[in-house]
Each structure stands twice: as structure tokens, then as C-alpha cells.
Design a protein around this ligand. Structure first.
Ligand code: NDP
Length: 328
């Protein structure tokens, strides 16, 4: 009987969580019409929440975490995929309600998969991962709101994180002026090397501010939420837009209606998890052209399968710069 290596999050009768590397039998794989040999995965903030148990991300026990995978189809009963196809999966509840990517094998619904673009390797796809694909969705949201480079700079919060660092790289390649906000000013040169024209300390945004401030940016990509997002909105130029995708500071939004009703500022919500396939395909195709793969390499750290658990703790502790990729 075949089995495969996996990281398994379990819970005892008292709901105490434990995480271990273990062997899982193929026959226990969850329902799905495509079985994939996982080649690479990554560590997203959500994977950190699942493994540390800091937030109730896991909703089926036991769970193989990992919201992102790149791999090769082993068997398929789905009309769009056959054995040998190179595929990517981001989200759709994988690693939360359905066994995920931190394993040598995954069985999933073919409706959740997309074919990996030719110009992106499995390792690069996971260096991008949900964080990078979400950064692309944020840029697309700003574009759909006509926030073009001539309208002014774009602020990026959580700049050293996965979403932030990829957003800076994409925006600078597209010709935007980027103002990066970070709590790690010692990484200012790194952020400039990705394309930030200015790097500022995030502390200026992290406390309660005024309902409206000086108009500083035409748009923003915000991965942080809370007071940071409120202050970003208050300093967005007339007619500007802010793409909000994260909650690294908090899920609250202590703002007023002033930026919306006096400056016509728009708040654009961005979700990657359940985004329709057409949007995913567009985002991945844009990543192939609009993300400089040299910069992607610069912001990526490669780890082994056995480092995934400690890296999940590191991302929650704010110790990871850019993106992490694990080759299985
Ligand atoms: P990372 O952990 O890689 O980056 C988060 C960054 O936020 C950190 O590196 C840090 O940047 C900054 N940060 C952390 N804590 C605080 C704080 N208290 N106040 C202000 N800034 C802080 O995570 P990701 O980039 O992968 O994800 C970012 C956020 O986006 C997360 O909340 C995640 O859950 C969310 N997300 C949402 C998605 C969606 O579909 N909507 C998809 C992907 C992610 P620095 O050190 O530069 O200050």
C-alpha cells in the first residue's frame, strides 16, 4: 500500500493542537478528481496561522496545511487535466477545509487548478504563491479604477512581507512611483532594490490619525488593515483608490466616511481564495509578463520540506523577508 510524507496538524479531545511530519496512506487522501505530485510549496501568513494555531484557519481535523502548490498531475478524472500536466493551486480552502500542499501528494478538485504558465517554473510559481498572486490582484484592482502611473505614487504597506515585496516589484516594473512602509527600516536598501522610490517607517501610520490628511498618494496596496489602512485612506489623493487585502496589524478599520465623501476615494476589497478562475488565469498571465523574475529571486529564500514548520512560526513572528519557497 502506498503512502506519502506529509505535515499533519492534529487536535486532541481538549482541542490542544499538535503538528508533526508523518506518513499518510494514499487511501486516506480526501475526495477529488485530480491527484497531484507536489513539486513545490510556500509559506503564506495563513499557513503560519494554521500551524501555530494563532487563528482558527483549520476547519477539518486532522489537516495537511499549505494553501499553495505547484506540481504535476499523476491521475485525472477531470476533463481539463491529464497525467503529466503542470499545475498550480492557490486557495479554494486547501489547507483549511481540504488537505493541502505540505505533502508529497494532494488530491483535489480539478476546478481549483490552473495550468502553470510556460514562462514560470514550479519553484517560481511558489515563490510568487498566494501572496504574490494577491499582489497582482491588488494591482489589477487599482488599474481597473484607472490608477495609472501619471496620477501619482502608490503606497505599499507591509513592504517586507510577501504581498508587499511582490507588489513593489510589479508596480515598479509597470512604471509606478512606490512609497514603501515598513517596520524594518534596516531593509530599506533591499526595498529600493525591488523598486521602491521611497521607504518610510510604518510607525507613522500605525496609530489613530486624523480623518483627513495631506493628499500624498494616488493609490495603495494595503496588507495591514486597522489604523494603517485608516491612515492610508485619509492621505489618498482626490479620486484615488486603495486595494485592501490583509490584516497584519488587525482586522478592524477605525476610519470615517470623510475620505469617501469629500475626496471620492474608493476602497477596493481583494480576495484571492475564492477568486473565479478567469480572474486567476488573468493574474497568472500578468505575473508572467509584469513581474521581473530577477527581483522575484532576490526576494525569495529557499527552504527544505522539514523547515516548513519553523518557517510557519517565523512568518507569524514577522521574521520572514519577502517569500519562502520549499521544494518537496
Ligand atoms: P507576511 O507576513 O509575509 O507580511 C506581512 C507584513 O506586514 C510583515 O512583513 C510586516 O512588514 C507587516 N506587519 C506585520 N505586523 C504588522 C503590524 N502590527 N503593523 C503593521 N505592519 C505589520 O504576510 P503576507 O504578505 O503573505 O500577507 C499579508 C496580509 O495579507 C496577511 O494579513 C494575510 O493574511 C493577507 N492575505 C490576504 C489574502 C487575500 O486573499 N485577501 C491573500 C494573501 C494574504 P514590514 O516588516 O515591512 O513592516
Amino acid at each position: 500500500m502506498s503512502s506519502f510524507k506529509a505535515i499533519l496538524i492534529s487536535r486532541d479531545a481538549d482541542k490542544n493542537q499538535s503538528v508533526a511530519v508523518t506518513e499518510v496512506k494514499d487511501e486516506n487522501l480526501m475526495e477529488g478528481d485530480v491527484t497531484v505530485a507536489v513539486e513545490a510549496t510556500t509559506v503564506n501568513y495563513k499557513d503560519g496561522l494554521a500551524i501555530t494555531g494563532k487563528s482558527p484557519v483549520v476547519r477539518h481535523w486532522p489537516m495537511i496545511p499549505g494553501v499553495d502548490l505547484a506540481g504535476t498531475v499523476l491521475e485525472s478524472g477531470h476533463k481539463d487535466f491529464s497525467a503529466g500536466d503542470s499545475v498550480i493551486l492557490n486557495g479554494f480552502g486547501v489547507g483549511e477545509t481540504h488537505w493541502g500542499a505540505y505533502a508529497e501528494k494532494a488530491r483535489v478538485s480539478g476546478d481549483w487548478l490552473i495550468k502553470r504558465p510556460d514562462g514560470i517554473s514550479a519553484k517560481q510559481a511558489m515563490a510568487i504563491g498566494t501572496a504574490g498572486y494577491t499582489a497582482m490582484l491588488c494591482v489589477m484592482a487599482l488599474e481597473s479604477h484607472d490608477i495609472t502611473p501619471d496620477r501619482g505614487p502608490i503606497a505599499v504597506t507591509g513592504a517586507n512581507g510577501g504581498v508587499g515585496s511582490v507588489a513593489i516589484s510589479i508596480l515598479s516594473k509597470l512604471g509606478y512611483d512606490v512609497i514603501a512602509f515598513t517596520g524594518r527600516m534596516n531593509e530599506a536598501e533591499f526595498l529600493k532594490s525591488l523598486g521602491a522610490s521611497e521607504v518610510l517607517d510604518r510607525s507613522e501610520l500605525s496609530q489613530e490619525g486624523r480623518p483627513l490628511g495631506k493628499e500624498r498618494w494616488a493609490g495603495a496596496v494595503d496588507a495591514v488593515g486597522s489604523f494603517t489602512l485608516a491612515n492610508i485612506l485619509a492621505q489618498t489623493k482626490y479620486g484615488g483608490a486603495v486595494a485592501a487585502c490583509g490584516l497584519a496589524q488587525g482586522f478592524d478599520l477605525p476610519t470615517t466616511v470623510m475620505p469617501f465623501i469629500l475626496r471620492g476615494v474608493s476602497l477596493l476589497g481583494v480576495d484571492s481564495v475564492m477568486a473565479p478562475l478567469s480572474v486567476r488565469k488573468e493574474a497568472w498571465s500578468r505575473l508572467e509578463t509584469d513581474l521581473d523574475m530577477g527581483k522575484l529571486e532576490k526576494l525569495t529564500t529557499e527552504i527544505g520540506f522539514d523547515d516548513l514548520i519553523s518557517s510557519a512560526h517565523d512568518i507569524i513572528d514577522g521574521k520572514i523577508r519577502g517569500r519562502v519557497v520549499a521544494v518537496i
